[in-house]
Design a protein around this ligand. Structure first.
Ligand SMILES: Cc1cc2nc3c(=O)[nH]c(=O)nc-3n(C[C@H](O)[C@H](O)[C@H](O)COP(=O)(O)OP(=O)(O)OC[C@H]3O[C@@H](n4cnc5c(N)ncnc54)[C@H](O)[C@@H]3O)c2cc1C
Ligand SMILES: *[C@@H]1O[C@H](CO)[C@@H](O)[C@H](O)[C@H]1NC(C)=O
Ligand SMILES: *[C@@H]1O[C@H](CO)[C@@H](O)[C@H](O)[C@H]1NC(C)=O
Ligand SMILES: *[C@@H]1O[C@H](CO)[C@@H](O)[C@H](O)[C@H]1NC(C)=O
Ligand SMILES: *[C@@H]1O[C@H](CO)[C@@H](O)[C@H](O)[C@H]1NC(C)=O
Ligand SMILES: *[C@@H]1O[C@H](CO)[C@@H](O)[C@H](O)[C@H]1NC(C)=O
Ligand SMILES: *[C@@H]1O[C@H](CO)[C@@H](O)[C@H](O)[C@H]1NC(C)=O
Ligand SMILES: *[C@@H]1O[C@H](CO)[C@@H](O)[C@H](O)[C@H]1NC(C)=O
Ligand SMILES: *[C@@H]1O[C@H](CO)[C@@H](O)[C@H](O)[C@H]1NC(C)=O
Ligand SMILES: *[C@@H]1O[C@H](CO)[C@@H](O)[C@H](O)[C@H]1NC(C)=O
Length: 518
């Protein structure tokens, strides 16, 4: 297997064909067909599209992650589900892999293919949000961004969904691969709120799926949509928005002064997190090690009264930590929508429907664990963070966030992988290690190595760990990716479904579910 891959790659590496795209990690074949036949087919079906010579190509092709810029063969801009269907058929007939793009925030730029030469199907025209305020079900287009979604259901009926915090992230990737925010311990992962999906399959057919109709397709889409179809409409069960939100952020400068202080602080937070007499689904939080280990904060939200927060949560949390929070700490009462705006970091939640321009030049890795962290894993992690990651040593600007997914009463733990093609329902903690470089610079090699080592320092002391699907990590081989994201059992089930539903491997990216014997 390894030598076969090397042989396929060799001519390409010698020819330097990938020199213009730093960071390309996975390549299928050494050349791909000319897009002429593909583009003719798109024309025949009157599907709006762009090609590299289009004057506004860059607007559609530029990836969120500037580190991984790929060049699609063409970008389809369907207005209708018929367009989506025909575009998929065109690609299938002419031999091009397909990936849809929703918000484009894939860490690995998989919505741009994860390699050059695919057909990207941009869903930016699928942007409607309609709340049925009798049932609380929202019908949402596959290209809607989270900020517009949250604002839309709030405006139409004061409703809420649990999901991530960045307003520019798309529903398409986020809701089909997990999706976590501070409200997830109350409302479940973004994924869990899906009750039905309209989807275009690899053979071009358009189906409405839910737990009763096409249950296998419905199952596979929730966890592995990138390998199985293009969701054009999401049906989401919303909830009443919590009345009050207590927003807390405690800063612990003493935890920055030594590895043992850092570990003791984390262990205190962890002890609190496991305490079922105070922790319930109304609390969600994380620990952030920010700015090359110049900040150590515990921050999150609590849905309940300020009085009950002060009486139960605050003393139980702070009582476990050996240091006092600094005067930089804040605790505030706010409402649901204001809290989302604050978390989003922009003046409001509204994201333009066209011409989104935010970018980052980054590399991120994740670690998930179903068990509490042991001392050794914490010690190794903080040792690496506080030495190689600090001051002049730090080769890249980095931060880590460790979020509580599980613990007492968490709504995330209601389900398991029988419910959806998602292996992380029993996660306790999810860690993200994220490094970014200035936009105009090549991401430093030493920065990649640092983040690999930071992640590895932790996992080297863990008997078992996995990774989070929505922090998709292009450094992994297909085999590593399947093991970390799905595990053997679920992967086997998905491979069988892939064979039935997409036998020509139309929906492809470097880590998609394979049809063959990978
Ligand atoms: C700034 C930032 C903040 C983030 N914050 C959070 C957070 O708070 N919580 C969290 O859990 N995650 C967070 N993430 C990770 C985020 O959830 C994932 O990157 C997510 O997959 C992005 O979805 P997207 O639609 O924007 O991405 P895209 O790049 O458009 O899509 C990602 C993958 O999903 C596929 N896909 C997209 N749309 C569809 C569709 N309609 N049907 C089928 N397949 C589809 C694409 O082909 C691609 O393979 C964040 C990411 C960034 C960059
Ligand atoms: C289709 O979408 C494009 C934007 O990509 C828009 O300019 C055009 O008017 C739309 N066409 C139809 C028929 O809705
Ligand atoms: C529900 O929708 C109707 C019709 O759009 C509107 O009049 C009503 O105010 C809405 N209810 C809520 C709670 O927003
Ligand atoms: C397309 O695939 C679906 C799911 O396997 C199947 O139900 C449908 O009949 C297929 N349509 C055609 C036209 O082959
Ligand atoms: C972190 O380190 C990088 C690389 O040395 C540097 O550019 C950046 O400014 C540092 N950030 C902070 C917050 O110290
Ligand atoms: C709760 O404590 C904060 C200080 O952390 C204080 O500002 C606030 O007034 C208190 N609220 C209630 C209702 O006790
Ligand atoms: C759980 O929290 C309560 C309230 O703060 C405290 O009395 C108790 O000792 C805690 N239990 C553990 C195991 O830490
Ligand atoms: C916190 O205290 C330090 C001195 O101990 C002071 O310099 C700083 O301004 C204070 N910050 C706030 C937000 O009060
Ligand atoms: C809490 O409030 C502060 C100050 O207004 C804000 O910066 C932060 O983003 C808020 N956090 C949450 C979780 O709402
Ligand atoms: C939202 O904020 C953006 C700036 O981020 C601004 O351009 C836009 O006009 C604002 N939109 C609304 C509806 O207030």
């Amino acid at each position: 297997m390894a030598s076969l891959l090397a042989l396929t790659l060799l001519p390409l590496l010698l020819a330097g064909a990938q020199a213009a795209t730093p960071g390309v990690q996975h390549i299928r074949g050494t050349s791909w067909p000319s897009p002429v036949a593909l583009v003719q087919c798109l024309d025949t079906h009157h599907i709006p599209y762009r090609v590299t010579s289009s004057p506004d190509w860059a607007e559609y092709a530029t990836t969120f992650n500037a580190r991984l810029q790929y060049i699609p063969a063409a970008i389809a801009l369907p207005n209708t589900t018929d367009h989506v269907s025909s575009a998929v058929m065109c690609a299938s007939k002419t031999g091009f892999p397909v990936q849809p793009k929703s918000g484009g925030h894939s860490y690995a730029s998989f919505s741009t293919g994860g390699r050059n030469g695919i057909l990207m199907i941009s869903l930016e025209n699928f942007n409607s949000i309609k709340l049925d305020n009798k049932t609380g079900v929202a019908m949402v287009g596959g290209g809607v961004r989270l900020g517009n979604l949250a604002q839309g259901i709030w405006d139409q009926g004061r409703r809420a969904l649990g999901h991530g915090t960045c307003p520019g992230v798309g529903i398409g990737g986020h809701f089909t691969h997990g999706g976590y925010g501070y409200s997830s311990r109350l409302l479940g992962l973004a994924l869990d709120q899906i009750i039905a999906l309209d989807v275009i399959l690899a053979n071009g057919s358009y189906v409405h799926t839910d737990s009763q109709s096409y249950p296998d397709i419905y199952y596979a889409l929730r966890g592995a949509a990138d390998s199985f179809g293009i969701v054009t409409t999401f049906y989401l069960q919303t909830s009443a928005a919590p009345e009050t939100v207590i927003n807390f952020s405690y800063s612990f400068p003493d935890a920055l002064t030594s590895v043992s202080n850092a570990v003791a602080t984390f262990k205190g937070v962890q002890k609190f997190s496991l305490n079922g007499s105070v922790v319930n689904r109304n609390i969600g939080f994380g620990i952030t090690i920010a700015g090359n280990a110049t900040g150590y904060t515990v921050h999150g939200t609590y849905f309940g009264s300020f009085a009950s927060y002060n009486k139960t949560i605050a003393p139980a949390l702070l009582g476990q930590i050996p240091f006092r929070p600094s005067n930089e700490s804040t605790v505030q009462e706010t409402d649901w929508i204001t809290s989302l705006v604050q978390l989003g970091g922009a003046p409001n939640l509204t994201v333009p429907l066209h011409g989104y321009t935010e970018r980052d030049n980054f590399y991120a890795k994740s670690v998930t664990t179903t068990e509490p962290f042991n001392d050794k894993a914490l010690e190794r992690f903080f040792l690496w963070a506080y030495t190689a990651g600090r001051g002049k040593n730090s080769p890249v600007d980095w931060f880590s966030i460790i979020n509580l997914y599980g613990g007492p009463d968490s709504a995330i733990g209601r389900y398991n992988e029988e419910f959806a093609a998602y292996a992380g329902y029993d996660d306790l903690w999810v860690v993200q290690n994220y490094g970014s470089a200035p936009m105009n610079q090549q991401f430093p090699k030493a920065g990649l190595a640092f983040l690999d080592s930071l992640n590895g320092a932790m996992t080297s002391a863990m008997p078992e760990y996995a990774a989070y699907l929505n922090y998709i990590d292009p450094s992994y081989s297909r085999e590593q990716a399947y093991r970390l994201y799905y595990g053997e059992e679920l992967f086997k089930r998905l491979k069988e479904l892939k064979k039935q539903l997409d036998p020509k491997d139309v929906f492809w990216n470097p880590q998609s579910i394979p049809i063959g014997s990978h």
